[in-house]
Design a protein around this ligand. Structure first.
Ligand code: HEM
Length: 479
């Protein structure tokens, strides 16, 4: 490193260095009790190890680090010093037992795009209030009423794929999970508002991961404009509901009717930010897992046959699919449920999450300085052979026994754990039911490889052709 480099390095790390020295003084510890930073490399000045992380499979990066340094190590990515945690105990420490010492943290541009009042940017009373409302609308008792509507969305989605043309499975799954998200948020929504939301949401989605700039015509700038239109559309929907005095128990209804202890209602911006936030949290996550499930079925025809047999029995007991699915039936789809859990583990589409230490924290003798990012590494934990033997094998039978507490966290853990997990699982069960009982499909093109955007999905979104089977063919099954 030349002198200029050293100078930049020193300037960048000066604040951290000073706070470290300050901490050592103020805590007045005995020398042998002084916490040290975790092992690991901070990489190059400013860029840290960002290039290493983004130039290869992030999982290879994390796994290599864990091998070299153990379950807690430091690094420097995207301009931030980070501590990464790869053990269930450490993840629980950050997300559950000492969650108040770590706040959620997102890049400012992303916070602005979704809306700064969305619940996952917050901690404390505001977060607890909104979370209760969202959780209530997504609890099993509420979502079981959505089954007929989710079935209708599923059937029309699958019908649109049939005919043998190539579809991008991931993109199609995104449309499906968006429509289910709309159902959970608004119940039934008129076609005009649904289409307007979809159109503008797509523009926001495209700009969300692009370079933040205000130059007109860029994806980011278009996304900012579309985000404003989304607020206007939501404001129209809210006004219509108020005029018609509609009182619904869907997410919008719960947000509109909520009053805090002083009787204050939520502002329209707070409602809009949370609705866009829930849609963001619901859409690409569920779509990625569904795409992986189709890939795992493709890779294991025997497993697909077994799932078909399970679903076919339900289909037949429903008078060849003429009766609607019931909640009780979805609870009996035991093998399909295990396939979903194993897909969540294998794909670990949320490989890690971010928090930021709000004070200096000590964990197992290591210092996590205030302001540093902290990343519990879900994927490393889900792929730890000590917890999940033969972790790279897709084996739904491992879920015949419940995983040890705090070792399986596809939906996170603690105060910010996913309130949509039951809905996500329900819509996956319903889609699988209709897919395997009435359709066959064929994956097109190369069948290995992963793309990141931002969640890992099979390469090119798993292009595939789908055909609807006649009743007779379906009985023998031939996907
Ligand atoms: C397979 C699909 C899904 C996966 C894997 C998933 C995963 C997660 C994870 C890991 C978190 C915690 C993030 C953290 O701690 O930083 C989370 C939070 C959240 N998820 Fe999901 N999610 C899924 C589907 C959904 C759905 C369908 C909805 C809503 C309809 C939803 C709504 C939310 C919300 C609102 C939060 C923030 C909760 C809070 O901050 O209190 N998610 N999700």
């Amino acid at each position: 490193m030349d002198m200029g480099g050293i100078l930049v390095y020193v300037l960048l790390f000066l604040p951290t260095l000073l706070s470290y020295i300050f901490l050592r003084r103020t805590h007045k510890r005995k020398p042998q009790q002084r916490a040290k930073l975790p092992p690991g490399s901070m990489g190059w000045p400013y860029i840290g190890e960002t290039l290493q992380l983004y130039s290869k499979d992030p999982n290879v990066f994390f796994a290599a680090k864990q091998k070299s340094y153990g379950e807690i190590f430091k690094t420097h990515i995207l301009g931030c010093p980070c501590v990464m945690l790869a053990s269930p105990e450490a993840a629980r420490f950050v997300l559950v037992t000492e969650a108040h010492l770590f706040k959620p943290t997102y890049p400012k541009s992303k916070e602005q795009m979704i809306g700064p009042s969305a619940l996952f940017f917050h901690q404390g009373n505001y977060h607890t209030r909104i979370r209760k409302l969202v959780q209530g609308s997504l609890a099993p008792d509420s979502i079981r009423k959505l089954i007929p509507n989710i079935e209708a969305v599923t059937v029309s989605t699958l019908e649109s794929w049939a005919g043998g043309h190539v579809v991008n499975t991931y993109n199609e799954m995104k449309k499906f999970s968006f429509d289910v998200g709309i159902l959970a948020i608004f119940g039934s929504l008129d076609a005009y508002h649904r289409e307007e939301l979809k159109k503008n949401y797509c523009i926001v989605d495209k700009g969300y991961n692009s370079f933040p700039t205000n130059i007109p015509g860029t994806p980011y700038h278009n996304a900012v404009l579309a985000r404003k239109r989304l607020s206007q559309i939501l404001s129209e929907i809210i006004s219509e509901r108020r005029e018609m005095r509609v009182v619904e128990k869907d997410i919008l209804g719960c947000l509109m009717n909520s009053k805090d202890e002083k009787g204050n209602i939520l502002t329209e911006d707070q409602i809009a930010d949370n609705i866009i936030g829930v849609l963001f949290a619901a859409k690409d996550t569920t779509a990625s897992v569904l795409t992986w499930i189709l890939k795992y079925f493709h890779d294991d025809p025997k497993l697909l046959e077994a799932v078909k047999a399970e679903q076919k029995a339900i289909y037949e007991s429903n008078d060849e699919g003429k009766q609607p699915l019931t909640w009780a039936q979805t609870r009996k789809m035991v093998l399909t449920q295990r396939v979903i859990l194993e897909s969540l583990r294998m794909a670990s589409i949320i490989s890690f999450t971010f928090r930021e230490a709000v004070v200096d924290v000590e964990y197992k003798g290591y210092l996590i300085p205030k302001g540093w990012k902290v990343m519990p590494l879900f994927r490393n934990i889900h792929h730890d052979p000590g917890l999940f033997p033969d972790p790279h094998k897709f084996d739904p039978s491992r879920f015949e026994v419940a995983p040890k507490p705090n070792t399986f966290m596809p939906f996170g853990n603690g105060a910010h754990a996913c309130p949509g997990n039951e809905l996500a699982k329900l819509e996956m069960l319903i889609l699988i039911h209709h897919l395997v009982t009435k359709f066959r499909w064929e994956v097109v093109g190369p069948q290995s490889g992963i793309q990141y955007g931002p969640f890992p999905v099979p390469q090119h979104g798993l292009p595939a052709r789908f055909w609807k089977e006649s009743g007779k063919q379906t009985q023998h099954g031939c996907a």
